[in-house]
Write a protein that binds this ligand. Structure first.
Ligand SMILES: NC(=O)c1ccc[n+]([C@@H]2O[C@H](COP(=O)([O-])OP(=O)(O)OC[C@H]3O[C@@H](n4cnc5c(N)ncnc54)[C@H](O)[C@@H]3O)[C@@H](O)[C@H]2O)c1
Length: 352
């Protein structure tokens, strides 16, 4: 059976993508997850991370799991040797923007060296199909909005994390130029939020959340006292930062559609595609939507702008509609309702 190798498949976006793939009635791949568990949880005595066990339970399907670091060439070689890998979906990375400022070398190691090691192993095993988790952060400071794929990348990126995503895209362009066998879809995510509607899988950040929605959810559930709103004087609808939030299940469906693009053989080389809704919401709009969905009050306090934060960004999603026949279907209300269902049913995440 052909295999789909998913690096970082035990994490937030990875687990929802594995779920979306396995929910396809005619899905013809075995799923092989490689994850070093640096940001995923496996209970003592279990063979697999909790997220994957729950997906197996919900779908009745089996997931192959290997605790391997993508920087471990031999470990990856063994996995590729055991399975007939046709395509790789590459999520594994460190992703905390603030931490990347303190630990740039760790971010280069994990995100760039790890990615190059994975590519070497793919090439050695003649696997050339890749779906890469990129980010709207590669656009840096927007020159115009909405952000389309023609917008320049690499200028004014404010964090080492963002630069690792940009450098990886440049490396992938060079790879595609070096050998036409490579086919790479780089999915530039906007802001993934929410959780699977079952409430059984969701975002389970280690420590204090870095992103808005899990932070709000933890305030609503009483784990954190209040939300700090960084910047209330931006030139936006209510002075707070505006972002294009996308439901993680829509994002996961985008990967299912991207995989189908390989079958249709309609592209070659490096293909960047935005995954966003095309609509931006402010911090206060998200807080209000979350309060409405949860019935809880979310205490919010004004704080100064953070260095490097943008006032606003949102996607032009036309390329995804054209190339993948994909559009985000879920509303901000759905995002908040599903995030709340997950958070309230699992107040301590997977450790509960
Ligand atoms: N969540 C977001 O806001 C967002 C936005 C844009 C892009 N992305 C990208 O999407 C991808 C997935 O993000 P996420 O939110 O699911 O993060 P996550 O931390 O939940 O998932 C990443 C997974 O990769 C694993 N991992 C990390 N380093 C590894 C290594 N060296 N070897 C093997 N496994 C490793 C972690 O244990 C984790 O399970 C990342 O590449 C991230 O940069 C995320």
């Amino acid at each position: 059976m052909p295999a789909l190798l998913v690096t970082g498949g035990a994490g937030y976006v990875g687990s929802h993508t594995v779920m979306a793939m396995l929910e396809q009635p005619d899905f013809e791949y075995e799923i092989v997850v490689v994850d070093n568990l640096s940001n995923a949880y496996r209970a003592e005595g279990d063979k697999k991370p909790v997220a994957l066990l729950r997906i197996e339970e919900m779908t009745g399907k089996t997931i192959q799991f290997y605790e391997v670091d993508i920087r471990d060439k031999q470990g990856l070689n063994e996995v590729f040797g055991k399975h007939d890998v046709h395509c790789v979906v590459h999520f594994a990375a460190l992703k905390a923007v603030g931490e990347s400022v303190e630990k740039p070398l760790e971010y280069c190691q994990a995100n760039i060296t790890g990615t190059c090691t994975l590519f070497e192993v793919m090439r050695d095993h003649r696997v050339y199909n890749l779906i890469y988790s990129s980010s709207c952060t590669v656009y840096g400071e927007p020159e115009r909005l909405p952000l389309d794929e023609e917008h320049p990348t690499g200028r004014g990126i404010s964090s080492p994390y963002g630069r690792t995503k940009y450098f990886c895209e440049e490396i992938m362009k060079d790879l595609c130029a070096s050998d036409p066998k490579w086919k790479i879809i780089s999915l530039r995510y906007f802001n993934p939020v929410g959780a699977h509607p079952s409430g059984r899988i969701g975002e389970d950040p280690n420590g204090i959340p870095n992103n808005l929605m899990p932070f709000i959810a933890q305030v609503a559930v009483g784990r954190l006292p209040e939300l700090k709103v960084f910047g209330t004087d931006y030139p936006t609808i209510d002075g707070t930062g505006v972002r294009d939030y996308i439901h993680v299940v829509d994002l996961a469906d985008g990967h299912v559609k991207a995989l189908q693009l390989f079958h249709r053989n309609e592209f070659s080389g490096f293909c960047p595609i935005n995954l966003g809704t095309g609509t931006g919401y402010s911090v206060y709009q998200v807080v209000a939507a979350f309060e409405a969905a949860s019935g809880r009050r979310v205490a919010a306090a004004r704080a100064p702008r953070r260095a490097g934060d943008l006032a606003a960004n949102w996607a032009a999603p036309a390329a995804a509609a054209r190339l993948l026949a994909w559009r985000a279907a879920r509303s901000l209300r759905d995002m908040c309702a599903d995030a709340w269902r997950w958070q309230s049913a699992n107040p301590d995440g997977y450790r509960g």
